[in-house]
Every structure is written in structure tokens, then in C-alpha cells.
Design a protein around this ligand. Structure first.
Ligand code: ZN
Length: 374
């Protein structure tokens, strides 16, 4: 069945909005040309978007024929959303605009425990973010919270949580009363994957391998992530890497899980808990080199397995994504050694987004919802 004329109008308006959001300034002609729409259609869409307060005229632009044309630009911060990524050791807070650009980003060294004092501290840093970003309160669409947990589809219930997390399973009920805008919880790896795809402008297939203190991931089909039948799709951290009784114990109660071999805590713990220090001193320190060599071997094995199943680009994100760029050749060599048919390991890529990715993805739940609702 085809679309009704109302649906066509909505779809056109949405593509005009999404296009203008990614550009600095455009004319009706350039929008029509880029999207294959007629000038009257574009005019109608721009009019509607001006009514919503999302687009404005910027005066006249020089056009090729020497005639002046009116320019249009998107008011990207007409609406904004907050993202909070809670990890065992820190809290990353971002504020993004409708184009997913960062208006604010800060990492706070807060360890959250299930007590009033740390919840108060968290609320304060979120309020500080709201204030320092200069975003008007009534333009905030909502706050997305990313966590190393499995949450339900409604984003209000936690089913399972990483062992190092100390917050309560009823965390949502505490947080939702703090603010006058909606709050939602999401799995960190899925958030980071979604933000990464958006940042790459990627609508294809990929595997996103999220490697931080917790290990997880997402399977991306045509730029989209499915949660899976029981919300566990892409839980790469609990694939068995080393079977049998010699496998390292995992916090999930089993042995030999990828998480037990790939958590970045293994590297950080060797360097006074500082991952940054580990990578800074890695080129010189013999002990670090040995540990890294072993770590890379397990990472290569996990990637080899994922490649056998998915056969598509694999993006390494999370904390490791910030450092792996200098070691992709070393890693690629190990992956190639495991697969006699694999000649090229360039399918493995470091993420383009760094530590803010998960918080950005959580915030984007609201900006995407808003853009789709227009
Ligand atoms: Zn496990």
C-alpha cells in the first residue's frame, strides 16, 4: 500500500528538516536539488518548519547566476536533550541539540552508591550541566540515562546490572521525580552504537563492539539496532571465549566469558586504575607489553568469532575505542593469523566518537523521538 497524502507531506517535511539540520545554510533550490523534491513542496515544508520554530531565513545568499537567493538555516538548539552515562567509576554528562551536536560535555569522577549522598551529588551535576549549557529549561525534551544494565523496552526497569554498579534496581523511581521532563534508561552499548552510527552518517550494517569496564555491543542492520527477543541482542561480553574449568570467572557466575578477558579494568588495574596511564606507558613498560599482548590475543579471538557470524564492518567503541587506533595493525595481524581465508582486516575500525558516545546516544532517544513526531 502507498502512503496517504498526509504521510507523504510528513515524510517530505521530515527529510527537509533532517537535511537542513546537517547543513549550515541552504536555499530552496539547493534543498530541492539534494532531495529530489519540487520547489513548491520545499517551500511548503520550510513554511511549516518555520512555524515550529525550527527553521529561519538568514537573508540572501549569493547564488551561481549572480541572483540573490534566500538562505535558510536550522535552529538546531530550538530543542535539546540531556544524556547521562553512568559507569562504575564516573558519570559522563552531555547536552545535545537536534543535530546531535554537543552543547555541553563533562566527565565527573563520581562513584554512585545506593545512598542519598551520592544521588544528591548526581542531581547536582545534572543541574550544573543544565545551567552551564545555557539551554533554556523549557527546550529540554528529556534526559536519557545510559547504564551497563539490561533494561526493559519502556526504559524504566533494570533487569540485570554490571557487578561493579552499586545503584539500586529501583534507580528509575528515584531519578524520575528530580526533574519536570521525562527520563528514560537505556543499555550503554546500544546508546553508544546508535550515536556512533549517527556520527558516521552510516545507514549500513555493522557490529559495534563496546569495550569498557563492561563489554557488550550491538548488531546494526541498515543503521538500526534491534533489542532482540529478550533484550539481550549483542551481549558479546558473555559469549564463551575460553570454555571449561580453566576459564576465568565472570561476574555473571559463569566461566570463560569474553567480559572476563576484555574488560578494560584488566589494563587499568595494572596502572593504578588509570587506563590513560596504561596506554601512555605501554610503549616503554615491559610488563604492560606482556599484558597487552595477551589482551590483544583474546580480543582478536572475540573479533574472529564475531566476523565468522556477521561478516561486516566491526567498530570498536567504549573506553578501548579511544586507544585502539594505534594498534589496529597489530590487532589485524592476530585476526588474520586465526583465519587463513582472511586477507584483509580493515573491517575492524576504531569508533569516531569517544567517551561521550553512550551519553549522546541516550540523549538522542529524545531528539529522535521529537524529530519523528513532527
Ligand atoms: Zn559472563
Amino acid at each position: 500500500m502507498g502512503m496517504s497524502s498526509i504521510e507523504v507531506k510528513k515524510a517530505n517535511q521530515n527529510s527537509v528538516l533532517r537535511y537542513v539540520l546537517q547543513q549550515e545554510e541552504e536555499t530552496k533550490n539547493s534543498i530541492a536539488g539534494a532531495l529530489g523534491l519540487s520547489i513548491p513542496t520545499v517551500t511548503q515544508c520550510l513554511k511549516k518548519l518555520e512555524d515550529y520554530g525550527l527553521v529561519k531565513e538568514t537573508g540572501s545568499m549569493q547564488s551561481i547566476g549572480g541572483r540573490k537567493a534566500i538562505g535558510y538555516t536550522c535552529i538546531k538548539n530550538a530543542k535539546a536533550a540531556i544524556g547521562v552515562d553512568i559507569t562504575p567509576n564516573h558519570v559522563n554528562i552531555v547536552v545535545i541539540d537536534l543535530a546531535m551536536q554537543l552543547l555541553y560535555s563533562k566527565r565527573q569522577n563520581i562513584r554512585l552508591y545506593d545512598d542519598k549522598a551520592s544521588y544528591d551529588a548526581l542531581r547536582r551535576v545534572i543541574e550544573q550541566a543544565l545551567y552551564e549549557s545555557g539551554v533554556k529549561k523549557d527546550s529540554i525534551l528529556g534526559m536519557g540515562i545510559s547504564l551497563p544494565t539490561i533494561t526493559d523496552e519502556t526504559g524504566t526497569r533494570i533487569f540485570a546490572m554490571h557487578e561493579k554498579m552499586q545503584i539500586s534496581f529501583g534507580f528509575y523511581d528515584t531519578v524520575k521525580d528530580w526533574f519536570d521532563f521525562p527520563v528514560i534508561m537505556r543499555n550503554d552499548a546500544n546508546c553508544a552504537a546508535q550515536a556512533e552510527m549517527k556520527a558516521r552518517g552510516e545507514t549500513g550494517n555493522a557490529v559495534y563492539f563496546f569495550i569498557s569496564q563492561s563489554v557488550g555491543g550491538a548488531i546494526v542492520n541498515h543503521g538500526k539496532i534491534n533489542p532482540g527477543e529478550s533484550l539481550r541482542e549483542g551481549e558479546f561480553g558473555h559469549m564463551t571465549l575460553i570454555p571449561g574449568p580453566t576459564g576465568r570467572p565472570c561476574f555473571c557466575g559463569r566461566r570463560g566469558c569474553a567480559d572476563a578477558y576484555l574488560t578494560t579494568s584488566i589494563l587499568a588495574d595494572a596502572a593504578d586504575g588509570l587506563l590513560d596511564k596504561f596506554f601512555q606507558e605501554l610503549p616503554e613498560k615491559e610488563a604492560y607489553r606482556a599484558l597487552w599482548e595477551e589482551y590483544l590475543q583474546y580480543l582478536a579471538l572475540a573479533i574472529h568469532n564475531l566476523n565468522m557470524v556477521f561478516d561486516r564492518p566491526l567498530i570498536i567503541g567504549g573506553y578501548l575505542g579511544e586507544y585502539i587506533g594505534s594498534y589496529t595493525e597489530e590487532l589485524g595481524k592476530k585476526i588474520r593469523e586465526m583465519d587463513p581465508y582472511l586477507e584483509d582486516s580493515s573491517f575492524v575500525k576504531p569508533a569516531v566518537l569517544k567517551y561521550e558516545a553512550a551519553a549522546m546516544g541516550a540523549a538522542a532517544v529524545f531528539t529522535e523521538q521529537y524529530l519523528n513526531s513532527l
